[in-house]
Design a protein around this ligand. Sequence first.
Ligand SMILES: [Zn+2]
Length: 294
Amino acid sequence: MSHFPWWYVTLVAMTTRRGRAGEFPPPPEPLAVPVFDSHTHLDITVQEGEGAAVGELIAAAAKVGVDRLVQVGVDVPSSRWSADLAARDERVLATVAVHPNEAPRLPDLDEALREIEALAELPRVRGIGETGLDTFRTGAEGRAPQEESFRAHIAIAKRHGKALIIHDRDAHADVLRVLDEEGAPEAVILHCFSGDAEFAAESVRRGYLLSFAGTVTFGNARGLREAAAITPPEQMLVETDAPYLTPTPYRGRPNASYLIPLTMRVLAETTGTDLDELCAAISATGERVLGPWR
Ligand SMILES: [Zn+2]
């Protein structure tokens, strides 16, 4: 593999060492205009959150034009870790939350929410999430605490003027209902958008941002591409949700921010937008709703 750049060789060595099922895919052709990854889990990607490996993943992304990213918390420890990373790395902003699948399992949700609220005050914590509703992995018995947690996160986002990052799995109508009942914060990001064109149109009408993950590249995701096609560039974001949702043709292998160009190319093609212009629009939207990285 000597024709691959040094950082890719390092990444492969990293995954091989850890005995993962697959190694990281090869690097795609770099983007000419930089874009950012609106949703990634570096701590989960490297499993132990080792500093060196995290640094390599961030550097690998920068090499292909993904020069900024948003590190997303899913519980109190990962939110704290995300805030710490953002505080010491200018390429990273953080979001903090208790994930909707975590909330019903916590012995003391209120205490966790107090810790999330304390982290929300930090200057490089720019979003509250991922929060939301998930009726796929949480059964009927967990719905009430999940919704209670979602409402609390909406309130925290509004109190601190931060963006709200929503996880919505099989719960489109209920997500909109709770946002209507509580009153949405100024910036709402529908992470890993999973609706059809109709739900996309409704979200666009409300001024929400739709963040598209590698799922939009999947062969069977025609509905998702129809949703992307009607999303205006200024309401569109792109993300990995790494280490999950690796774009085509590398499904099943680990994902990381350096694979964003694969998803960006599909989004540009789907929307009939020039790739460079779409990257510039997404970057501008990110700086507008999350604030500047540097
Ligand atoms: Zn996520």
